[in-house]
Ligand binder design. Structure first.
Ligand code: FRU
Length: 556
């Protein structure tokens, strides 16, 4: 407000008692209002102020009584610490790339429905891997097809020639899926295209020379995963082709040459291979390469899932260092699919995010309303040597710890069925438990997430069967698919200690055993929030060495 206005309103306070002031009004009163109506305006202003005060008091008291259902991102089953689209259908994470302080998360997206349809790339960014900001849709389907899964890179050296100003080109490499070709029964329906952004991923231009890799008739020919291969100073692209991965090389992201393939007769082939992700990792014995390989069905817990290979990449192809018949599962739960890692992540980190659902079994039927599906939280991957050789370990990224608030500490104790805990502030929680297995006699022990309606998810170790498991048979709303109410198991032999980390959200749990050596991710839909955590033991004692439950603030 300009200074002369302040003078005007101060004068108005004296207008009734000091007739001399009248003459000054027209020149000093803002907005040119005639003096005779000033008392009326005064009255109006006062009334307005009183009204505003009453309204804001009402708003404050409203806030106090607000429930989770009233605020943003709080519909039934809406995850509080996981990424979900505001509305519509989401599947695979795509184009994970870090640039100028932002982690970009693109994803398979159909905004007009909660079931799969014409695929777009949705877009969100985060500066801390915890809080996500929704951005406008990045890529729309066009005459060449739907925009299927793929990756994104930052073209630091402008090898593509797309750069025009100071900003480095961000290049997305994706699969075009041509529905006309599919309807016509053509097998060459999938090809690879590229698009670029010169404004940090905000707007995109499709390359006029698309497609950059044409299909010679492979029915499944998709999900390009691209990275810069520094030793050869060229781009490498890994592509899922039914039962194997093909590798291509390019100097400029536009011209690609087939260099090798991997996969036939290797690992599991219970379904179609999709969404490969090849990346190097450091170990005390030097660099090793990891190939994450998603498979649309036939995975360890039924339906879709992810296996991985460890070995070498020689610039043209991947060489598995383990026996070809050995199958290494990335996650033994039913709900971690199509996951990939971020390109250019700072400090050499391997940060992974997966789609928290099961494509083959029920993804399009889960009982959420305005949106469908969530991502896992980002996981930090590492390679560690075990008795069986090198294995991938994974844990939630450390950044998530900023969400922790209330804390329940558990001392060393013997667990029996009445050991019950309740974080009252939030449904979402981060649970850490360490059991002394050498002193435990129980046949079966672990934790139970439950509500007052006798619905529960049981997470535990079955010593008799040497299995770790998640049982969601009685987890509430399970009727949407006969495949949902199930107990999933992982072979597991503990040492003297068994550590369990369980990251619980409104409708999911990600479990990490022994510092992430074993991971299990499962979703669930209770008819009332799982507010309670119980530790249990069956047929004997379980010795808890210690534990903690952190309540977690919502990330939205
Ligand atoms: C994996 C997948 C990909 C494909 C995309 C289509 O979930 O089937 O192979 O590109 O989803 O949405």
């Amino acid at each position: 407000m300009p200074a002369n206005c302040m003078t005007g309103s101060a004068s108005s306070r004296h207008a009734r008692t000091d007739p001399r002031i009248k003459s000054r009004w027209p020149s000093r009163f803002c907005w040119g209002v005639h003096w005779e109506i000033v008392p009326v305006i005064n009255l109006l202003i006062h009334t307005a102020l009183i009204l505003i005060a009453i309204l804001s008091l009402a708003a404050c008291s409203d806030q106090k009584t607000k429930t989770r259902e009233d605020s943003y991102y709080s519909e039934p089953y809406r995850p509080q610490i996981h990424f979900t689209p505001e509305k519509g259908w989401m599947n695979d994470p795509n184009g994970l790339v870090y640039y100028k302080g932002e982690y970009h998360l693109f994803y398979q997206y159909y905004p007009d429905s909660t079931v799969w349809g014409p695929m777009h790339w949705g877009h969100a960014v985060s500066t801390d891997l915890v809080h996500w900001k929704h951005l406008p849709i990045a890529l729309f389907p066009d005459s060449l097809g739907y925009i299927f899964s793929g990756s994104a890179v930052v073209d630091e050296n402008n090898t593509s020639g797309f750069q025009t100003g100071d900003e480095k080109p961000m290049v997305a490499i994706f699969t075009y899926h041509n529905m006309q070709y599919e309807k016509a029964g053509r097998t060459d329906r999938e090809s690879q295209g590229i698009a670029y952004s010169l404004d940090r991923g905000r707007t995109w231009t499709k390359y006029s020379g698309n497609p950059v890799i044409k299909n010679k008739g492979d029915l499944n020919f998709r999900d390009p995963n691209v990275f810069w291969y520094e030793p050869g100073k060229y781009w490498v692209l890994a592509l899922a082709v039914g039962d194997h991965v093909e590798f291509y090389a390019s100097p400029d992201l536009k011209n690609w040459e087939l260099t090798g393939s991997f996969g036939k007769g290797q690992g599991s082939h219970g379904g179609v291979w999709e969404c490969p992700n090849l990346f190097p990792m450091q170990t005390p014995e030097g660099e090793k390469w990891v190939l994450l390989q998603n498979m649309d069905r036939g995975a360890v817990s039924g339906g879709s899932g992810t296996q991985y290979f460890i070995g070498r990449f020689n610039g043209t192809t991947f060489i598995n260092e383990n026996d070809s018949s050995e199958v290494l599962w990335f996650d033994y739960g039913a709900d971690d699919y199509a996951g990939v890692t971020w390109n250019h992540a700072p400090d050499g980190r391997s940060i992974f995010i997966g789609w928290m659902s099961n494509w083959n079994d029920y993804a399009q039927k889960v009982p959420t309303q305005t949106w469908r599906s969530a991502m896992t939280v980002p996981h930090e991957l590492s390679l560690k040597k075990t008795d069986d050789g090198y294995r991938l370990f994974q844990l939630p990224v450390k950044e998530l710890e900023i969400l922790r608030n209330d804390t329940i500490l558990m001392n060393a104790q013997i667990i029996n069925d009445s050991t019950q805990f309740k974080i009252t502030s939030s449904v979402q929680k981060d649970i850490e438990l360490v059991f002394d297995v050498s002193k435990s006699t129980a046949e079966n022990f672990g934790l139970i997430l439950s509500n007052s309606k006798n619905e529960f998810v049981k997470i535990g170790f079955d010593a008799a069967k040497s299995e770790f498991f998640i049982d969601r048979i009685h987890s509430g709303n399970t009727g949407f698919s006969p495949l949902f109410a199930a107990k999933h198991v992982a072979p597991y032999r503990p040492g003297n200690k068994l550590s369990i980390r369980a990251l619980v959200d409104v409708s999911s749990v990600e479990v990490f055993v022994d510092d992430g050596k074993l991971a299990m991710t499962e979703i669930f839909f209770p008819t009332e929030d799982f507010n309670q955590v119980r530790l249990y033991s069956e047929n004997g004692n379980a010795e808890l060495s210690g534990g903690v439950i952190y309540g977690l603030k919502p990330a939205w």
